[in-house]
Design a protein around this ligand. Structure first.
Ligand SMILES: NC(=O)C1=CN([C@@H]2O[C@H](COP(=O)(O)OP(=O)(O)OC[C@H]3O[C@@H](n4cnc5c(N)ncnc54)[C@H](O)[C@@H]3O)[C@@H](O)[C@H]2O)C=CC1
Ligand SMILES: O=C(O)CCC(=O)C(=O)O
Length: 531
């Protein structure tokens, strides 16, 4: 029986996700495991599932010799060194759509409770004082909310706040104008412009070098007096020391925070301010979101361990799942075409030119190129090359890749992949498509037209185009106990050279291959390829 793959789950995920994992994998559920223990044992696992606390950095990845996939049960990936994972060929997958509704609702909750002093009043009342004076709040009606980052969550916040009759303005330099229109947000070209007009600013960007302390003293200096702030994205996007300054000066009148510069946050100086409402990173903590997140990450990790192409891989181009279903056979085709070169040649490659043609070009073809590169490098790098690091590895080897798309296929096949591989002396040219049964088909090699299945063992050789050569070869194979499943012969000009491509049922031993070279009329060494 095949040994089950092992996954360690280092933070709390929903039971539904755990159940799914247990149906296929050996699961170690170690919520809250110490860093040192995780570092000690990580080399025993094929997969790691984390939330926002576990730091998946180079230190961990280096020790994780078996690790194939890191599943981020959630959205933000700022606790994961994606580049390090990519270098080590580890897939990073997350669940970007599973908790966005909850995060948007938590934003609204923090916004309302901060402008109405709900948490502060709650504390005072429960401590025994009935007093209404200090807690007078402000309405949202007719006010302006400034949304920084109009992505998945920012746009949900926009549509929800419209229902409060708020005027929505937004700053997001990376999206098309059409998106502002779609969510009824007035576009602001600079953060300063947004700050000057907003009564409340809420941030919904990822945290990175560019967005760390995005809202700082300088932005607050141009903001309206009495501005409200909400951060349900990542700690530090609004600079905490600037918030304190603004609260002290009266510039800021309310703050809602779900996230902090340092988490877990205990004893944060912001906790001393009554006008600051805080929650311990609860944006995604609803039953619904956690069920979705848990199930989704479990599905992706299982799929990744089976070698499948996973929908939300962070270190691969994103492809919609319906698109992926259509592209999958072409990715396999590209991978198998790539697999040919180093099984036939031993010379380093300088350049590859790939032309995609036909209706397939409407789609994002990046995954096909990645599949090709993975297949290309596999015979030399074995298991070290994965989809996630294939481009990087090709780059490290100085292989330049040029890609083109043509609407019309130049041949009778609807969709065609034409690949030219150049080494210092010559070029190998391959064309391929997929068959009706959606299997990979090589339709041309170095100008010889053929139709060969790239499956199992494939024998390729050149021969003189004259009577008797094929017969002698097939007899020799038969005598060696090799069964031929399919055979294609192709020539360019009658009487010159031809090529033969044979699908055979079993591996051909070295001695038999050597013996074939002695057949009169065969040119060069026959090559046995395996797919
Ligand atoms: N509190 C919580 O529990 C949760 C927090 N989050 C956090 O919410 C944030 C947003 O998540 P999504 O909406 O899913 O991300 P998203 O990727 O869909 O949207 C982010 C938007 O920010 C924009 N952006 C990037 N840099 C910017 C900049 N310098 N200025 C203005 N806009 C910029 C992008 O163009 C994009 O439209 C992330 O930081 C995520 O980690 C997500 C889920 C739960
Ligand atoms: O609850 C969590 O794991 C954190 C959620 C979050 O911040 C995210 O998904 O980005």
């Amino acid at each position: 029986m095949m040994e089950r793959k092992r996954v360690i789950v280092s933070e709390r995920i929903a039971e539904e996700g755990l159940q799914l994992l247990r149906s296929e994998l050996d699961v170690d559920y170690r919520d809250g495991i110490s860093r040192s223990e995780l570092l000690d044992i990580i080399d025993q696992y094929d997969a790691l599932i984390v939330r926002s606390v576990t730091q998946v950095n180079e230190e961990l990845v280096k020790k994780a010799t078996r690790l194939k996939v890191v599943g981020r049960a959630g959205n933000g990936i700022d606790n994961i060194d994606v580049d390090a994972c990519t270098r080590y060929g580890i897939i990073v997958a997350n669940t970007p759509d599973s908790n966005t509704i909850s995060a948007a609702e938590q934003t609204i909750s923090l916004l309302l409770s901060s402008v109405r002093n709900t948490a502060w009043a709650n504390d005072v009342l429960k401590a025994g004082t009935w007093d209404r004076k200090p807690f007078r709040g402000t309405e949202l009606y007719g006010k302006t909310v400034g949304i920084v980052g109009l992505g998945r969550i920012g746009s949900m916040v926009a549509t929800r706040l419209k229902a409060f009759n708020m005027n929505v303005i937004a700053y997001d330099p990376y999206i098309a104008d059409e998106r502002f229109e779609r969510f009824g947000a007035e576009k602001k070209n600079t953060l300063e412009e947004l700050a000057q007009e907003a009564d409340i600013i809420t941030v919904h960007t990822p945290r990175n070098e560019e967005t760390m302390h995005l809202i700082n003293e300088d932005i607050l200096a141009v903001a309206k007096n009495g501005v409200g702030l909400v951060n349900c994205a990542r700690g530090g996007i609004i600079k905490e020391s600037a918030i304190i300054e603004g609260l002290e000066s009266g510039k800021i009148s309310s703050v809602g925070l779900d996230v902090f510069e340092k988490e877990p946050a205990t004893g944060n100086p912001l906790f001393n301010y009554s006008r600051v409402v805080c929650t311990p990173h609860l944006g995604a903590d609803t039953y619904e979101a956690q069920k979705r997140v848990g199930e989704n990450i479990a599905e992706q990790v299982i799929l990744a361990l089976k070698g499948g192409i996973v929908p939300n891989v962070v270190n691969l181009p994103s492809v919609l799942s319906e698109e992926l279903d259509y592209l999958r056979p072409y990715i396999t085709l590209a991978e198998k075409m790539g697999n040919i070169y180093y099984q036939v040649e031993k010379t380093p490659i300088s350049r590859v030119e790939i032309t995609y043609s036909g209706p397939i070009t409407i789609n994002e073809t990046e995954m096909l190129t990645i599949g090709f590169l993975k297949g290309l490098l596999e015979p030399v790098l074995w298991e070290k090359v994965k989809y996630v690091n294939a481009r990087l590895m090709a780059d490290e080897r100085g292989i330049k890749i040029y890609e083109r798309k043509e609407e019309q296929s130049p041949k009778r096949y609807k969709n065609l992949l034409n690949i030219k591989i150049f080494n210092q002396d010559r070029e190998m040219e391959l064309s391929g498509t997929i068959s009706r049964a959606r299997n990979p088909l090589l339709v041309e090699i170095n100008g010889y037209e053929t139709e060969a299945d790239l499956e199992g063992y494939v024998l390729m050789m050149q021969n003189e185009d004259r009577p008797g050569v094929i017969g002698t070869l097939t007899t020799a194979l038969g005598e060696a106990g090799v069964n031929i499943a399919a055979m294609k012969v192709a020539r360019k000009t009658k009487g010159e050279t031809a090529i033969m491509i044979l699908n055979v049922d079993n591996k051909i031993e070295e001695d038999t291959l050597k013996a074939l070279t002695r057949i009169d009329g065969l040119i060069g060494e026959p090559k046995l390829l395996h797919f």
